[in-house]
Each structure stands twice: as C-alpha cells, then as structure tokens.
Design a protein around this ligand. Structure first.
Ligand code: NCD
Length: 307
C-alpha cells in the first residue's frame, strides 16, 4: 500500500504532477467536487494542529468525501496504552486513508506498516512534514514560476523544524539552488539533513547567525518558529525563542521580489506589520496546502484502487 511518510517517497516527477493537479483543481474545482464521494479520511492528531488538520479535512470535503477525526490523543485509546500500530489497524477498518501527526519521529512509518490503507505523515516529531513541503512548493511555483536558480534562506530553528528538513530535500532536486542557513549555533540544521540533501548533491550553501547580512541575496526567506515542544529545558527555549524577529526595517536591503514564507504558526518571528507587504506569502501557503493535499489524496486513493 502506497503511503507518504517522507518527501523522499515522492519522485520529482510526482511532485511536478501533484503541482499540475493542484493548479487544475484551482482552475476547475467542479471537476473534482465528487471524485471522493462516499470515501472517508481519518485525521489522527496526537499533537496540536490548526492548518494541517483542517486543510486535510477541508480537502476531503471539497473532493466530496467525509472525515472522521481524532484531535485529542487523551480521549482516544492511546491514553490507555494502545500502540500506534494497533490504532492504525483499527482505523483501517473504518476509513479509506489516514493523515496522522505524532510527536515521535518514525510514528507515521510504524502506522503505515500496520495499516491496510494509505497513511500520510502530517508531521512526526522533529523529523519531517512532507505535506507542508507540498504547500511550500506550490507557493514557490506560483510566486516564482518554477524552482531553478533560487537562493533560499532558511531561518530560525533548523534543528527541530521538520518543515525545513522536508523542504530542503525537495528543493535540492532542482537546478541552481543555493541555501543560506541562518540559525543560532544550537539550532543548526542536523548533519544528516545536510549530508543527505545538500552535500551529497554538491549544492552550494553558507551557514550564518546573521539574517540581515544574508538578506540582499535571497529570493526566498523561509522563517520558522523555535520549536518549544522539542526542547529539553525551558531555559534554553526562552534564551533562543526571539533569536530572529523579522520587522519591516530588516527588509530594507531585500530584493523587491523576495518571497517571505513561514509554515505557521508564527509566534514572534514575523512582525504583523509585514503581513500587508506584497512579498508576504505565508497565508498563501495556507491556502496552497489545501490544494496540494487534495491532489495527494486523489493520487493515493487512485493508486490504492479506492477511487
Ligand atoms: C509546522 C509543523 O507542525 O511542523 N506547522 C504546520 O504544520 N504548518 C511548523 C510549526 O509548528 O512551527
């Protein structure tokens, strides 16, 4: 059974195909409004979420399907000690596809092994978040017209920020990509991500702690939240949480066509004064996430022979 646990589960051709489907959904929503009629999506969220869960649910409704949802692990049998594998087997009896978020790295993989229906990883701990990357890719595609020759600044919590890990893997497949990795020393990109997705492909990158000096060369600035829930102690979080706060004055040397992205939720990383700047793309990412999740649900249910 085909599941999507990591962005590496999708080939570059498939990423391009999902973007094509999403663009077609945007242009011809009626064509897709009954495609999942009578089918059910389960959203299993063992961690907080607003956008990811609701966009999956909105996606399934807009495809004519239904949704059943577990939003609070405390009210499910997980609280009695049920394993992720048993939960996945159980939910396979009720629905056609699962979107799951869990605080433990690898949990979605375990669920996919046990389930008899497709499982989509909606974020597993500090590991990866492939469908946020789909949202990010459609946003970049719509803003920039493609992915080649972009200088991409990734700023904030590059260590625990799972969206960054998945996005780097995806963008590294295109030509002429350059990265500027901007983070405090303690929150640098994990070496496995650097080795697998940057160094192995000889992609040029620089690492810095200084956002402002990096600004002029960036085509994309991807801001991230310091991931409080992954810290071992609150003191470290408090010390690092406001490392980068993007305010209008910090953009004075930025390109006129910079795309400012953030997977959201933001805490302090981007001042609300930037929201009306035409370069702000973070609420576009929210909407694009729904279209890409629609495209992914269609793809996986077609491959499973469900639709
Ligand atoms: C992100 C996540 O859950 O990793 N949020 C999201 O899905 N849009 C980013 C975050 O929580 O900081």
């Amino acid at each position: 059974m085909r599941s999507v646990i990591d962005i590496v589960d999708l080939t570059t051709e498939e990423l391009d195909e999902l973007i094509k489907t999403a663009v077609d959904i945007i242009n011809n929503p009626n064509k897709y409004s009954e495609i999942c009629r009578g089918k059910k999506l389960a959203t299993l969220f063992f961690e907080p979420s607003t956008r990811t869960r609701m966009s999956f649910e909105a996606a399934m409704y807009e495809l004519g399907g239904h949704v059943i949802s577990m939003t609070d692990a405390g009210s499910s049998s997980a609280a009695k000690g049920e394993s992720v594998a048993d939960t996945a087997k159980t939910v396979s009896c009720y629905t056609d596809i699962i979107a799951m978020r869990h605080p433990k790295e690898g949990a979605a993989y375990v669920a996919a092994k046990a389930a008899s229906i497709p499982v989509i990883n909606a974020g597993d701990g500090g590991h990866c978040h492939p469908t946020q990357t789909l949202a990010d890719l459609l946003t970049i595609y719509r803003e920039k017209g493609g992915f080649d020759n972009l200088t991409v600044g990734l700023c904030g919590d590059l260590k625990f920020g799972r969206t960054v890990h998945s996005l780097i893997n995806a963008l590294s497949r295109y030509n002429g990509i350059k990265y500027v990795l901007i983070s405090p020393e303690e929150l640098k990109l994990p070496s496995y991500v650097k080795a697998d997705s940057i160094k192995s492909k000889n992609i040029p990158y620089t690492q810095t702690t200084d956002l402002e000096s990096a600004m002029p060369e960036l085509d994309i600035l991807y801001m991230t939240r310091v991931q409080r829930e992954r810290f071992f102690n609150e003191e470290d979080y408090l010390r690092l949480k406001d490392s980068y706060i993007l305010t209008p004055d910090k953009l004075k040397n930025a390109k006129a066509d910079l795309s400012i992205m953030h997977p959201l939720p933001r805490v302090n990383e981007i001042s609300a004064a930037i929201d009306d700047d035409p370069r702000a793309c973070y609420f576009k990412q929210v909407l694009n996430g729904k279209y890409m999740r629609m495209a992914l649900i269609i793809k996986l249910l077609k491959e499973a022979g469900t639709i």
